[in-house]
Design a protein around this ligand. Sequence first.
Ligand code: NDP
Ligand code: 5RP
Length: 631
Amino acid sequence: MILSENNVFFVMGVSGVGKSTIGNLLSKELGIPFFDGDDFHPKENILKMSKGEPLNDEDRFGWLATLNKLAKDQLKENSCVIVCSALKNKYREILSNGVENNTKWIHLVGSYELISERMKQRSNHFMPTGLLKSQKDILENPVNAINVNISLTPLEIVEVIKKELNPKSEFGLFGLGVMGKSLSRNLASKNIKLSIFNRHVDGIEEDVAINFKNEFEELATTKAFDNVEQFVNSLQQPRKIMLMVNAGKTTDIVIESLIPYLSDGDILIDGGNSNYNETKIRLDYLLSKNIHLIGTGVSGGEEGALKGPSIMPSGDKEVYKTVAPFLNAIAAKDANNLPCCTYVGKEGSGHFVKMVHNGIEYVEMQLLAEVVNILKLSGNNYDEIADILESWKSAADSYLLEITVKILRKKEGSDWLVEKIMDKAGNKGTGNWTTIATAELGIPSTLIPAALFARYSSFYKEDRVKLNRIYDDGNTSSLNLTTEDILKAYQFARIINHFQGINLISEASIKYEWELNLSEIARIWTNGCIIKSNLMVELVAVLKETSNLLGYEKFVQKIKKLKPSTNKVVSQCVLNEMAIPCLSESVNFFNGHTIANSPANIIQAQRDYFGAHTYQRIDDPSGEFYHTNWK
Ligand SMILES: NC(=O)C1=CN([C@@H]2O[C@H](COP(=O)(O)OP(=O)(O)OC[C@H]3O[C@@H](n4cnc5c(N)ncnc54)[C@H](OP(=O)(O)O)[C@@H]3O)[C@@H](O)[C@H]2O)C=CC1
Ligand SMILES: O=C(CO)[C@H](O)[C@H](O)COP(=O)(O)O
C-alpha cells in the first residue's frame, strides 16, 4: 500500500487487545517505523502499574506529551505507528495536539472475556489482569476511529486496517443502467469499496450516479461520479473498472473516454454483451497501451445481477486473478456453494460462451412460446396453461419455465396481460451473432437460427395480418395431444438445443485453441443465469465424460423414450398449420443427424455437374476426389 501523505497511526485500546502485535505488523506492512508507547513510560509509571496501581491522569500527561512530541518529530520525515491505550478523549487530544489532520486512530476492540483470557496467557507483561476492568470503565470510545475486532487473526486485522486506511475505492463500475445499478448494489453489499459512474447529458442524464447512491443504504460509502477523470482517480491502482454499457460503438466510445486517465497495468472488465471478435480486437488494442481487458459474459438479468449472476470472464489468466476476488464475491453460488464464475479461457472466449448462452436462451424461450401456443390451441386458457407448466417442474424445471408460469398468470384487471402484448419479438444481437458463428464455424446448431428467424418473422406483423386474411381457411384446430406428449416433445427439443449449443462451444474451443472446460461452463450456468435448469445440473457430470450428448447412453435412452411423442406433436402441429420452428427443427435435425445415408450425394453430384467441384466415392475408402463428365 502506498501512503499518499505522512500520518501517525495510533493503535489504541485497552490492555490485552494486542496493540503491540498489530502495531508491529502494520508498521512492517506499511514500511514505516514502529513505536510502542509503553517503552516511553517513565520509571515511576511502570513501578506503579506493576504493583497493580492504576495510573491517574497526572501520571499520564507527561507520558502522553512525550508521545505527541515523538509523533511530531516523526511526521517531519515519515509516517509511523505508535501504540498507546489512549483511552480518554483528553488523552487523545494531547497525543494529536498540533497534528490532528495527520492522525489516524485504530481502535482494537474485543469482549471482556476474550481479552482477559488472552491476558492470562501472557507471562512477561507488567499489567495484571485485574486492571482490565478499570481500563474498560474509563474507555471513551473514539469517534472517527477505525474499529477492528480482535477476534480476527493478526494478519486479517492488518488487512482490515489497510483497507480502511486507503481512501481510494477498490473497484469501479461504469454505466448505471439496468445491469450496472444491480451490480453496484451487489458489489457494495459485499463490502467492496466502490466508485460508480454514469455519464452526464444536459437535461437528460443528470446526477444519475449521486441520485442512485442516495437511494440505497448499501451505497452509503460508495463514491458517485459523473466526471470520468475524478471517477478514475478515485480508484486504487491497478484500477479495476467494470463497464456495463451497450455493446458495440458505445463500448469503444467509453473505452476511449477512459484511456487518457488510466495508468499502466489498469484493468477494464467489459461485462456487456460484446461480440467476441470485437473483444479480441479491443484486448490487443488496449494491451498496446499497457492496459488489460477482461471480457466477461454476465447473465441473470436485473435480479440476477443484484442477487448473484453467472459470470463468464476471459482474457489473460494472470490478469484475471486480480479481478477474480471481486467477481467471485458477487457471483451466484452453485449447489456446492462455489461461485458461478470461472476463468473461461483466452481472448474473447468469455463473450463467445455468453453469446452461445444467449443462443440457447433464444431457443428455450421459443420452445416455451411454441408449447404455450399448442396448449392454447388445445383449448386451455392462460391460467390453465400456467398450471400445466407448473406441473412440469419436477420433470423439466428451469428459470425460464418458472417465469413463464408467472407471466401467464399476470393479469391487468380481469384480462391476462400477455393477451395485450404486441407479438413482435425484439433482440439485441447475440442470437444474430450466434447464428453467424455457427455458420462460420460450419457447425449445425440449427435451433438457434430457427429461434432467431422466428423473432424476425414476428416483426412482419402487418404482413402476417394481411396474408392471414388470404390463407386462413377458417378451419378450427383439431389438435389431439396429451399434455404428457407435449411435455415429452419439449424435453426432446431441449436436449437437442443443449447438444447443439455445447457442440458449438466445443468446436469453437478446438478451432480457436481456447481449451474450454465444458463441464465447468455448465456448472457456472447452474445458478444465476437465465438458462439455469435441472437439465444443466445434470450436464455438469455428463460433460466430464463426453461433449456428445446424443451418443451418451443415459441420453440415448431418454431420446428413445421422448421421440415418439415428439413426432406426434410435430406432425399434428403441421397438419393444423401451426408454426413450430424450434420443435419441428429439433426433429428435422435429429433425423438428419442420425441417418446413415443422407441425400447429400445428390448435392455433391449437382455441384460436380455445374461447377466441377468433384466428389468422393463410398466405394473408394482412400478419400480420392472424382470428377464426372455428366453431359
Ligand atoms: N439487461 C439485461 O438483462 C442484460 C444486459 N446485458 C448487457 O449489459 C450491458 C448493459 O445492459 P443494460 O444495463 O441492460 O443496458 P441499459 O440500456 O439499461 O444501460 C446502458 C448503460 O450504458 C450507458 N451508456 C450508453 N451510451 C453511453 C455513452 N455514449 N457513453 C457513456 N455511457 C453510455 C447508459 O448511460 P445513460 O443511462 O446515461 O444512457 C447506461 O448506463 C449491455 O451490453 C447488455 O447487452 C448482459 C446481461 C443481461
Ligand atoms: O444477455 C441477456 C440475458 O442473458 C440480455 O437480457 C439480452 O438482452 C437478451 O438478449 P435479447 O435482448 O436479444 O433477447
